[in-house]
Each structure stands twice: as C-alpha cells, then as structure tokens.
Design a protein around this ligand. Structure first.
Ligand SMILES: Nc1ncnc2c1ncn2[C@@H]1O[C@H](COP(=O)(O)OP(=O)(O)OP(=O)(O)O)[C@@H](O)[C@H]1O
Ligand SMILES: [Mg+2]
Length: 347
C-alpha cells in the first residue's frame, strides 16, 4: 500500500494533507537559542509548540523564532529539515510514503534536489513536485484540464498560473502577500495614533477585523503597543471601522500582478479562460471580501473556495490520489503531466 500525501511548505505555514484531505497545518517556524554559534545550534521546538512557548515573537530571553524559508525558497537547511520531520511524523509509522511537494514557480533545480533529499531523510520513500499555484486549482475542486487563472496569495508572495485546457501558459511570482497587509495595518496605526505595534499584533488585527468589502459585522480587539514618542506601553481597542481603507496599497500591488498575467493571455484562449475567471486561494484569500473587490475591479468572475488557505496541500494530495500506484518516477517535477495522469485515471 502506498501512503499518498501532499506537502506545502510555505513561509508562514507547513501544511500536509492525505488523500482523505485531512489537514495538518503548523506554523513553519523553529525556536532556537539566540546566541548559539551556527555550528552548535540546536532546535528547541518547532511549529505550534515553538510559537506557544512564549507568546508570539520570542521564546524567552534565550530563544528566538526563525522561519527557514524566504520568498518560498529554503535558506536554512537544518531548520527546514526539523520542520519537515515534524510534519511527516503526522503520517508515521506509515510505510511506503509517496509525497508530492508544492514548489514555487521560481524554484531552482538545485533547491528542488535539496528538498527531495530532505524528504527522503524525513522518511519519505518517493517524492515528486508540482508547482503550487497549479496544485491550488485541483485542491479547489477543479479538473486539471480547466482553463482558469489561479491566484495563490501566501504570506510573502503571490503566484499566478494561467491555465488553458490543462496547459500552463503563464506562471509568475510577485513579492506581495499577507505580510504586506500586516505592514499596512502597522503603518496605519503608527500614522494615526503615534503607536507602535508589532507585526504579530498587526496580523491579528488583520485576520480578525480586516475587510476590503462591506458586510463584515463590526467587531473590536484589545491590543498592546508603545507610544512612539515616549516608548511607554499602552493598551488600546481597535474596531473594524478603524481600519477601513488600510489595505489599498497592497491591494493595488496584488491587482497589478493579476493584470500583468491577464494581459499575457493570447487572444484565441481568452474566451475560455475569462469564462471561468480567477480561482483565489492561499491564506491571503481569507481576507474578508477580497474576492468581491477583485471581481469588481477586474471585471472577471472570482471564486474563493472553502478552506482557501489549504488548497495547495489538498490539491497535492488529490493529484497523488490519481497517480498510478505503481508509478516508477522519483524526485521528478510532474507539473506538466497532471492532466495526462488525471485522464488516465478515469479510464
Ligand atoms: N482570516 C484571514 N484574513 C486575512 N488574512 C489571513 C487570514 N487567515 C490567514 N491569513 C493570512 O494568510 C497568510 C498565510 O497564508 P499561507 O499559509 O497560504 O501562506 P504560506 O503558504 O505559508 O506563504 P507563501 O505561500 O508566501 O510561502 C498570512 O499572511 C496570514 O495572516
Ligand atoms: Mg503558500
């Protein structure tokens, strides 16, 4: 028996899905000792446990939380390995694990090789890769042969894949993501009230109160910050209506990235693609009303599937589900062959 899983390694979250679409999601962070020399470094904990060890930002006086991916690329092997090991533990002691891992569209072959070898180290028997924005469409419940624009908004980046009848005709990655929305909240609160808040607090405000279209019920949240002049601590309350309009600058960047992709669609493919429009996934898509706003501004249908944040991982495990059990490939990128395998599985 093959244990088929999908794994999405994001800057903010590592998400694993099995073929039943059971989701395991943890922050992709490791807690390490702040002053350890790089060669003597030891990971204290990873994931949720690391985040919860001491509030959000630091793990006590001696610890520091580190995210080992930047712009979707690995920059710290040791920490990445620990985070991957921890995720794969969720399906252990299963044997014969076949994992499809999501990769950014600009992943270099060298990085892909490193990732495959880390998966093997973590106990994965067979590893394959698929570009995340393509997997996201399948995770949203569509056939791989669809014509559509996939927009996956992560924490640090947005990836756009334009698909026509199952072929990828355009792929792009832009450095705009959920963190830019956090920064917009932080900057706004500093400008309005001379109060400094951490990016973690800004993120909490965004996730709880953020809205870019009307209809979100009013709510408020108590936060802590420091007065920028004196450095004195201050508690204050922020309400939904206080942050209306805050997200305009990052939204504009997001819209520009999508428009760039739309402009590149060849005229003869336009009708098919425009009919289905955009499928919006990733944690950034969870912002209230973003699908309505994008649809109005771009004049295209925009669909936000349930559980948009987990669509990449779900898609990867679904793809794994329709690959033949006796597939002989290992350590290969199969993005361009998904439609073929899908059609084959229906015969
Ligand atoms: N309800 C919400 N409203 C707004 N933003 C949200 C909400 N829930 C999650 N997010 C944002 O989603 C982002 C995380 O999304 P996701 O897990 O898709 O990122 P990632 O895959 O780890 O990042 P990347 O794809 O850039 O490597 C964070 O910026 C988070 O604040
Ligand atoms: Mg992502």
């Amino acid at each position: 028996m093959v244990t088929k899983i999908g794994l999405d390694l994001g800057y903010a979250n590592i998400t694993l899905s099995d073929v039943m679409a059971e989701i395991y999601r943890e922050p992709s962070v490791a807690l390490i000792y702040k002053n350890a020399r790089p060669d003597a470094r030891r990971v204290i904990s990873v994931g949720e446990e690391a985040v919860n060890s001491d509030g959000e930002a630091i793990g006590g006086a001696d610890g520091i939380l580190v995210r080992p991916f930047k712009n979707g690329l690995l920059f710290d092997q040791q920490l990445t390995q620990e985070i991957i090991n921890n995720a794969i533990k969720a399906v252990k002691p299963a044997e014969n694990i076949r994992c499809i891992v999501g990769i950014p569209s600009d992943f270099l072959p060298k990085q892909e090789k490193e990732l495959f070898s880390m998966l093997s180290e973590a106990g994965v028997d067979t590893s394959l890769s698929v570009v995340r924005s393509v997997a996201a469409i399948i995770g949203a419940g569509y056939s791989p042969s669809i014509s559509v624009i996939s927009v996956n908004v992560g924490a640090q980046s947005t990836e756009v894949a334009v698909m026509h009848k199952g072929e990828i005709i355009y792929l792009s990655k832009s450095a705009i993501g959920g963190e830019d929305f956090d920064k917009a909240v932080k900057d706004y609160i500093l400008k309005q009230g001379d109060v400094n808040i951490s990016l973690q607090v800004a993120r909490a405000i965004k996730e709880r109160l953020g809205a870019v279209w009307k209809g979100k019920p009013n709510d408020s949240i108590d936060i802590e910050g420091t007065l920028s002049l004196t450095g004195n601590r201050l508690r204050m309350s922020v309400a939904t209506e206080d942050i209306v309009g805050v997200f305009e600058p990052p939204l504009k960047e997001l819209i520009d990235a999508i428009v760039d992709a739309v402009k590149r669609i060849p005229a003869d493919m336009c009708a098919d693609i425009v009919e289905n429009g955009i499928v919006l996934t990733g944690g950034g898509a969870e912002l209230y009303g973003i699908e309505v706003l994008l649809s109005k501004v771009l004049g295209l249908p925009v669909t936000k599937p349930q559980g948009a944040i987990d669509c990449v991982a779900k898609g990867l495990s679904r793809i794994n589900g329709f690959l033949p059990a006796n597939l002989k490939l290992n350590n290969k990128n199969i993005t361009n062959q998904i439609s073929k395998y899908y059609e084959g599985s229906k015969k």
